[in-house]
Design a binder for this molecule. Structure first.
Ligand SMILES: Nc1nc2c(ncn2[C@@H]2O[C@H](COP(=O)(O)OP(=O)(O)O)[C@@H](O)[C@H]2O)c(=O)[nH]1
Ligand SMILES: [Mg+2]
Length: 339
């Protein structure tokens, strides 16, 4: 009876809470480092679900990270980010490099059409063990991307990816988020997206390390390149000596030949060299880590504050403030002193 019971229970529940609780983090990390795709997927799931094992996962990954080059791709929906990502993966694989892809959509739910589309298109590479592809969702809450994506990046880094591509839709904050994650950020634009350019103008030069005018097979590509060149030269005039001026590449990412993707990779290579020679690469990574630590710390504090809200201590302090026995600032100090 007991044998039957365990036989039914153990392997019959591969996913869900039971499986998660049973996760053996050191074994998963060892598996990921050996290139086992299932271990990689499992670790990313632990991260994405904010598993109680998150801390253990982070600690186990730490010694094996810091190698991967992170490329961010952002731009308006439909501009060709997924197509470009696919083309970059193809080129990088041809060069023998191991590649990870994180497709992040901050607004769509996990089963959303955009993500499904990404998956289908990425099926190009299915079966290639040198590529890990993962769609991520931020579960509807803004800022979700901020904490889960860096951890997922670490998983792919530890799994031996030489390059990790992070695709995000350029909607408001997410451009800034992807830029803060990446060593090199590509901003994609396409002809006939004048509104997109206008909207993006404010933030575009701050985040773009390489500008890509995709759909260069379409009318208006020259005008778009001209617009961008004017913007870039305006920005460059204010730039400090030795600063980076984003180059503008033209692509037809959907083409098998003459796509311009090799040129994009060459520009990325130049940026990578500049990151190293200027010291900016290191500074960016330190800034990235600082922001991450801050986000984790603030989230922790907020959680502890949550325990305080509605507590007897808070109630008592509120009574005192109403009675004029103390002021809200002094009360807040008393409250935070308890954390
Ligand atoms: N004409 C043309 N179409 C393209 C090009 N690149 C991508 N597309 C098409 O544009 C559409 C949107 O591409 P997708 O990569 O999904 O855009 P994303 O939303 O930015 O990821 C798809 O139908 C692609 O086939 C290109 O260079 N030229
Ligand atoms: Mg896409």
């Amino acid at each position: 009876m007991t044998v039957e019971g365990t036989a039914v229970q153990a392997p019959a529940v591969p996913s869900g809470r039971r499986g998660r609780r049973a996760a053996d983090v050191p074994a998963l990390v060892a598996g990921a480092r050996e290139g086992d795709a299932r271990s990689v997927a499992r670790l990313i799931s632990l991260v994405e679900d904010a598993s109680p094992l998150l801390r253990e996962v982070a600690a186990a990954l730490a010694p094996h990270t810091g190698r991967a080059q992170v490329l961010g791709l952002t731009g308006p929906p439909g501009v060709g980010k997924s197509t470009t990502t696919t083309a970059l993966v193809r080129e990088l694989r041809a060069a023998g490099r191991r590649v990870g892809v994180l497709a992040v959509d901050p607004s769509s739910p996990f089963s959303g059409g955009a993500l499904l589309g990404d998956r289908v298109r990425m099926a190009d590479h299915a079966g290639d063990s040198g590529v890990y592809i993962r769609s991520m969702a931020s579960r509807g809450h803004l800022g979700g991307l901020a904490w889960a994506t860096p951890q997922a990046l670490r998983v792919l880094d530890a799994a031996g990816c030489d390059v990790v591509l992070v695709e995000t839709v350029g909607v408001g904050q997410s451009e800034l988020e992807v830029a803060s994650l990446a060593d090199t950020t590509l901003v994609l634009l396409a002809p006939g997206m004048g509104d997109g350019i206008q909207a993006a103008k404010a933030g575009i030069l701050e985040v773009a390390d390489v500008l890509v005018v995709n759909k260069a097979d379409r009318d208006g590509a020259d005008a778009t390149v001209r617009d961008l060149r004017a913007m870039v030269s305006l920005g460059a005039r204010h730039g400090a000596e030795g600063s980076w001026t984003p180059p503008i590449a033209r692509t037809v990412a959907s083409r098998a030949e003459d796509s311009g993707i090799a040129d994009v990779l060459a520009r990325i290579g130049e940026h990578t060299a500049w990151l190293a020679s200027s010291g900016e690469g290191r500074r960016r990574r330190v800034r990235r880590a600082a922001r991450e630590i801050e986000a984790i710390a603030v989230a922790g504090l907020r959680e502890r504050m949550g325990d305080v809200a509605g507590s007897a201590a808070l109630g008592a302090l509120a009574e005192q403030v109403v009675a004029g026995a103390t002021d809200p600032y002094a009360a807040a100090d008393q409250l935070t002193a308890q954390l």
